[in-house]
Design a protein around this ligand. Sequence first.
Ligand SMILES: [Zn+2]
Length: 391
Amino acid sequence: MSKKLDIRQEILKCLCRSGQMTRTDFVRQTGIRPATVFEVVDELKQDGIISELERKGKKTGRVSPSITFNMDYLWLLGIDFQFKKTIGVITDLNGKVIASSEAPGLSRKGLEDCLHEIKTVVTALKKQVGVDWEIVAGVGFSDPGIVDIEQGISLKAVNLHGWENFNSGAWLREMTGLRSSLILPETIVGTYMEYYSRFPSPPESLFHMEMGTGIGGGFVKNGTLFIGGNCRGMEIGHIVIMPEGPLCQCGNRGCLEAIAGEAGLKRRVAELINNGVNTGLKTENFSITKFCELAGRDKAARMLAYDVSSKISNALATVVTLLNPSMIVLSGELAGLGSILTDTIKRELPLRCMPGAADKLAIEISTLDEYATARGAALMLREKILLDQAD
Ligand SMILES: [Zn+2]
């Protein structure tokens, strides 16, 4: 690769991260000399990838024009295939949502039902954008389970019958007629979005933990996402915290997910009811969201919430001991416990980690909206398309 292509790639990467920059910002961030940066920026403008908007300062005269991606250069399709529903978005190159659609995961008996649901979302999006579908360049897909990112294969998702060893990349390209595809585990996409939503001042490192039907994690440091050797890293849900505890879907006993995941919580609720505890909690139509609501006003639910938060602190102590992150972000339905969860973690982590490891550690609840993961899948594909093009 020639030096100029390296610089082109570097500038595109900066713009992907910051969203909006000036020529001066590029020079400052890359440390490359102005003349070279300006030449590459001019080239990117000519290629139609970026736009530069003249801005006039009221008092100071001309200020540096701001550079963004050209919103009509290409669009992206992002799909968030979750355990309970599918969300799809079309975004422009700046990540702005142009169209969105959603389908509930009502009766997924096998692979065909999953594919039908995804197809329904894509068909609705196609209809919304009409002839502009032509500029959609590819599909980014967030998978609820383990994937082979390089081959674009969905390997396995517990709780999702038939979603196993499926060539989702090839199927998506064929079904949509789009050139590119990128299949990513949901935890990686979620972590990417948590990190980049904190620009322009992201933390140095961030551990993201998602707690819903299952429990997953992701880690990013200085802008680089950690991806395990065979895409099975950061599986915080499968850290064993009670060796003789309940059986987990992974085959082990006492994993965090078997205790604080949806099935684990439901099991605890059944125990409470069977022991005659007075509570508004019910196993019938159980949902984590309802559990979080009740934790505010039902004693048994609150006790269970504190106990589960303590188990989560246990697993996070391992994370802090190994990675020493500067920020932990909690997302997913169980993050609805709010201060019960964060206060317990803040109190217990320092007691379970090396002295000083949890100092200055920020613990936050995610504030991203329901389209964030679908957008994230589209934006991660954006980087792949733009940077491959620069090769
Ligand atoms: Zn497990």
